[in-house]
Design a protein around this ligand. Structure first.
Ligand code: C2E
Length: 177
C-alpha cells in the first residue's frame, strides 16, 4: 500500500480516457466534479482500480447501452451514519458515486455483493473478486462503500473517503450531498 495525498478530481481526470475506452461505444460516461473537493489520502493505483471495477460492472449491467455517471462531492457528516452494520463516524468526507441505468441488483443479493467470490455474473464471466477487492481497498483507505439498487432501473455505488485535515467553512458552504 502506498498512500499519498490525492486530489480526486485530478485522479479522475487522469483516468477518464481509460474509462471511456472501457465502457465501449454503447455506453456513455459522464464525470461531474464537485469544484470544492478536499484532499484525501489513498493509494492512487488502488483507488483507480476501485473506480475501474465499478465502471466495468456498470457497463456489464447495461448490455444494450445507457449512461454511467461518476459524481464527486464534499460531504459533511453531522452525525454518525449506521448502515449495513457499519458505523461511519461524523466528519468530512469526499464522496464518489458511480451510477448506472442497468438491470439492478435483486434485494436478496445486495447484502452479499461485497463478499469474496460472490458474483451475479454467469459462470466464466466474472471472478467474483471485483467488488470484494474494491471493498478491501476502500477499508484500507479508512473509507466506506455502500450500494443502492432498484431492480429494472439501476444501481448506485457510493464511496466515502475521509478528508485529510480540516475543511474550510467556505468549501463546506458548497456541500450538496
Ligand atoms: P464484517 O465484514 O464481518 O467485518 C468485521 C470487522 O472486520 C470489521 O469491523 C473490521 O474491523 C474488520 N474488517 C472486515 N473487512 C475488512 C477489510 O477489508 N479491511 C480491514 N482493515 N478490516 C476489515 P467494522 O469495521 O466495525 O464493521 C462491522 C461490519 O459492518 C462489517 O462486518 C460489515 O458487515 C459492515 N461494514 C463495515 N464497513 C462497511 C462498508 O464500508 N460497507 C458496507 N457495506 N458494510 C460495511
Amino acid at each position: 500500500l502506498r498512500p499519498e495525498v490525492l486530489d480526486l478530481s485530478d485522479t479522475l481526470t487522469d483516468l477518464s480516457h481509460l474509462l471511456n475506452r472501457l465502457v465501449g461505444e454503447r455506453v456513455s460516461l459522464t464525470v461531474s466534479h464537485d469544484p470544492a473537493l478536499a484532499p484525501i489520502r489513498a493509494d492512487k493505483r488502488q483507488l483507480e482500480q476501485v473506480i475501474m471495477n465499478l465502471v466495468v460492472n456498470a457497463r456489464d449491467a447495461m448490455p444494450t447501452g445507457g449512461e454511467i455517471r461518476i459524481e464527486t462531492a464534499l460531504h459533511h457528516m453531522k452525525q454518525e451514519l449506521r448502515r449495513d452494520r457499519a458505523v461511519v463516524p461524523p466528519g468530512d468526507y469526499v464522496l464518489i458515486r458511480v451510477v448506472d441505468e442497468g438491470q439492478g441488483i435483486p434485494a436478496d443479493k445486495l447484502s452479499k455483493i461485497f463478499e469474496p467470490f460472490f458474483t451475479t455474473k454467469r459462470v466464466g464471466e466474472g471472478t467474483g473478486l471485483g467488488l470484494s477487492t474494491a471493498y478491501g481497498i476502500v477499508k484500507q483507505s479508512g473509507g466506506f462503500i455502500f450500494v443502492d439498487s432498484v431492480p429494472g432501473s439501476g444501481s448506485c455505488f457510493t464511496i466515502y473517503l475521509p478528508v485529510l485535515g480540516p475543511v474550510l467553512p467556505d468549501a463546506r458552504a458548497g456541500d450538496r450531498a
